[in-house]
Design a protein around this ligand. Structure first.
Ligand SMILES: Cc1ncc(COP(=O)(O)O)c(C=O)c1O
Length: 353
């Protein structure tokens, strides 16, 4: 606390990201990064970008990147907004589209950055409890609101919501913006991008940090109607005109256009996930259905916190959330390579024996 701080800073409870420990040979299954590196085409594009042109500012409108994203999603560039990671895109979304008199609605168990943005921008919000089975009941959001946001698949549960449920919500909620945060959608969840042309109040956010293996480059984007995108551009141009630097643009364009590599690595992650779920079930874990590159699993007899620290002794880190108490028994485990799954299972067998 300091007398020099503004009131809002005194009241902030900042987001706590997953650890990035500097330990060798760690099996790092805690922050949902992709176990495979980015496409070779990304590396080549980045090398070409290390040039004299770095003295110049990048394109403030990121036209090349928007064109690549629009091409992949069969939309127009005017329906694309890009930012420094989807966290920055989301921050602008909260300020530009979700701050109204009526409360913003999101699940009680979800991405823990949402309440942080509400604190930063002084947004009134209400959390809607997940159902007993941890699913999102869209009917519970059918009430006056200043906006609705949730991830699909949800985090940290990994549970996917069928597209028909999202469409029902859009049909019944026309007066405020519905944001679907699709950070993990490419690992087997139906995307709502196909609904963007039909619903002017739908905004879908994506990241290149997960399925495109570029968490280190910091690129995310939003897809929606021209009027929603314009609101985001207004906030961005009142904050930072150049969120996408020359490297980020070159690497992200290459990653978006290398769809073969993207399909191949997503398929590998999904196959590893399905095999790991079977093995964990045989070790006495209950695993929630996952459409993501992580799973949410609880052991039938052993405590989540205890298992998480025991795994650390074996140089394996997973994510454990102490609160709310309903999820305290669970571990959120990022899907790694098949070799990393084997190391995890070996460690768990030793811990559980
Ligand atoms: C649900 C969800 N949305 C958005 C993000 C932000 O991703 P990034 O800022 O890396 O694009 C994350 C990161 O883990 C996430 O879990």
């Amino acid at each position: 606390m300091s007398k020099y701080w503004s009131d809002v800073v005194h009241k902030l409870t900042p987001y706590v990201p997953g650890e990035q420990p500097k330990i060798n040979n760690l099996v790092k299954l805690n922050t949902n990064e992709n176990p495979y590196g980015p496409s070779q085409k990304v590396i080549e594009a980045l090398k070409l970008e290390a040039a004299e042109t770095l003295r110049l500012y990048p394109d403030p409108n990121s036209d090349a990147l928007k064109a690549a994203i629009a091409k992949v999603h069969h939309l127009d560039s005017s329906q694309v907004f890009v930012g420094n990671g989807s966290d920055e895109v989301l921050a602008h979304v909260f300020q530009a589209l979700l701050k109204h008199d009526l409360p913003l609605l999101f699940p009680d168990i979800t991405y823990s950055f949402y309440p942080v943005y509400c604190g930063l921008y002084d947004i009134n919000y209400q959390t809607i409890p997940l159902a007993e089975d941890f699913g999102i009941c869209v009917e519970d959001y059918n009430k006056p609101n200043g906006g609705i946001i949730f991830p699909n698949p949800n985090a940290p549960t990994g549970m996917p919501l069928p597209l028909a449920k999202i469409e029902w919500l859009l049909q019944n909620n026309t007066e405020s913006v519905v944001v679907i945060d699709e950070a993990y959608v490419d690992f087997g969840t139906e995307s709502a991008v196909t609904l963007v042309n039909q619903y002017p109040n739908l905004l879908v956010t994506h990241t290149l940090s997960k399925a495109r293996s570029l968490a280190g480059l910091r690129v995310g984007y939003a897809l929606g109607s021209v009027e929603l995108i314009e609101a985001l551009v207004r906030v961005k141009d009142s904050f930072n005109s150049y969120p996408i630097d020359r490297f980020a643009s070159a690497g992200a364009v290459a990653a978006m256009l290398d769809t073969d590599y993207f399909d191949e690595t997503c398929a590998k992650v999904i196959a590893t996930r399905e095999a790991l779920i079977k093995d964990l079930v045989s070790l006495g874990f209950d695993v929630l259905p996952s459409g993501a590159n992580f799973i949410f699993a609880k052991h039938q007899t052993r405590d989540g916190a205890e298992l998480s620290s025991a795994l650390r002794e074996h140089n394996i880190i997973v994510r454990h959330f102490k609160s709310p108490s309903r999820i305290a028994p669970y571990l959120r485990i990022t899907i790694g390579t098949d070799v990393q799954s084997e190391l995890l299972l070996k460690a768990l067998r030793a811990i559980l024996s």
